[in-house]
Design a protein around this ligand. Sequence first.
Ligand SMILES: *[C@@H]1O[C@H](CO)[C@@H](O)[C@H](O)[C@H]1NC(C)=O
Ligand SMILES: *[C@@H]1O[C@H](CO)[C@@H](O)[C@H](O)[C@H]1NC(C)=O
Length: 563
Amino acid sequence: MFSKAFLAICFAAVALGKPVARNLQVHEARTQVPPAFSLVGAASPDTVLNLRIALVSSDMAGLEKALMDVSTPSSTLYGQHLSKEEVEQFVAPTQDTVEAVTAWLKENDIEATQASPAGDWLSFSIPVSKANELFDADFSVFTHTSTGSQAIRTLSYSIPTDLKGKLDFVHPTTVFAQPFSGPRFSIPIVPPSAGNLTSRAVPSSCNSVVTPACLQAMYGIPTTSNAISSNVLGVSGFIEQFANQADLKSFLTRFRTDLSSSTTFTLQTLDGGSNPQGSSQAGVEANLDIQYTVGVASKVPVTFVSVGENNQDGVDGFLDIINLLIGETTPPTVLTTSYGFNEPDLPTSVANNLCNAYMQLGARGTSILFASGDGGVSGSQSQSCSTFIPTFPSGCPFLTSVGATTGITETAADFSSGGFSNIFARPSYQSAAVSSYLSALGSTNSGKFNTSGRAFPDVAAQGENVEIAVSGQFGLVAGTSCSSPIFASVIALLNDQLKEAGKSPLGFLNPFLYSTGASALNDITTGSNPGCNTNGFPAKAGWDPVTGLGTPNFAALQAAVGL
Ligand SMILES: *[C@@H]1O[C@H](CO)[C@@H](O)[C@H](O)[C@H]1NC(C)=O
Ligand SMILES: *[C@@H]1O[C@H](CO)[C@@H](O)[C@H](O)[C@H]1NC(C)=O
């Protein structure tokens, strides 16, 4: 006690004099401004920056082991998901880490607030002038050329040498995420389809128009559930994409006459999010995601989580939404997201942090699904490229990435993104499946992708000619944006039956999917995902980087999960 007090007095004395000089060391840097952005000029010294510091967690390796234990069917701990507190023990930084970083901030008159449940994030606001000095940075204004949206970032920053291994990274600094500029992973709606769709015979019409009845017929999806209130299916919403209640009603009235047309969803908001109901405000992406969850996961409670535009996390609210859900005592049992980035847009630090956040939610028992992207091997959207562009978060090994198929005799949809991460190494649960594919592929596309990376997608579902209602009209959409909510609905229905039988929900799916679950999926062996002036990857027997392990076979999945 005595020596502690003594030390504190020493620090105070020094702080009153000159700031303690510390050796700074460059922590993260970019050699140039990313091509999609341009430098406007120096940021005004008085502009206040809302910064966050990620602290190094005490035991992420321990959490990863715990996640694999509760998610691997052969493990004795399978299904024994962790509590919020148990997860937080792994994630919380050590006392030493917290003290070292907060002491340094205090020396600089910065009072930081804890910004995550486990205390691994701190936040504070300081002017640009102070941030430049503190981090030996050059905070400047950058414009995203095609959208004109501006952000204050620095190409490099430093931290005190003695905080290495304690301070993980400062954010947002070197992140240049391209702002979302419309429905991601979704091709614009086409004119309404002709004919009386409810009278069409299933399944031949499903070759040209996909409806909930088509999916029920193709995948054997049940038309009802036990409607268990704790079995919540979460749907992420971003970029002012709003889910329209009246359109959902029209959709259900037309396609789910067996359900009450007033079946609806609940709303959760963050970062100033909302869900206004004007007809012109209905979003294609949000309507698709809601109609193919409420309309497929019959009677399962669905929550639309609307992230507003007041997000300041540098990644369009991706950090905020996941930290919000991690903080909940009972998060959704399934979460589907049809938005994403190209992996090179994010610094490794930020990608790792988000991926670790998905790990935390997975350990709690949430199945996390993301659309794989719509640019084939060229990234989230089609673009020119010389080497393949993986998408994020699909490259994160702690979630399930969903690609797209088309047709009754299912073949890969040519836009279905898939490939290999350059950040995340291949997890052991998929090593055998991916090795087989790489041997069968031979030298095709050699040098264009990273053979050691986490490979995606993991699974697939229908993603073309999917009929939805928007602003009172019916039309068709395409994209892996369709596939993720469809697959998520299948998992939500399995969870409903598992819960009814007194069993645990499925949680993180991949260790199950790549083992006992693989034969419960329809293997897709035709089609490919062209891009970057190549034919992309061909679908093949077994796992492939276009359709993953395949599409759901509900009856086989029931058997595989022990129902
Ligand atoms: C559309 O199909 C429904 C259900 O089969 C049928 O009751 C209705 O008469 C049909 N409407 C038209 C205009 O064909
Ligand atoms: C390939 O992926 C690994 C992770 O598996 C990564 O460490 C490495 O840097 C990547 N290589 C390139 C050239 O990006």
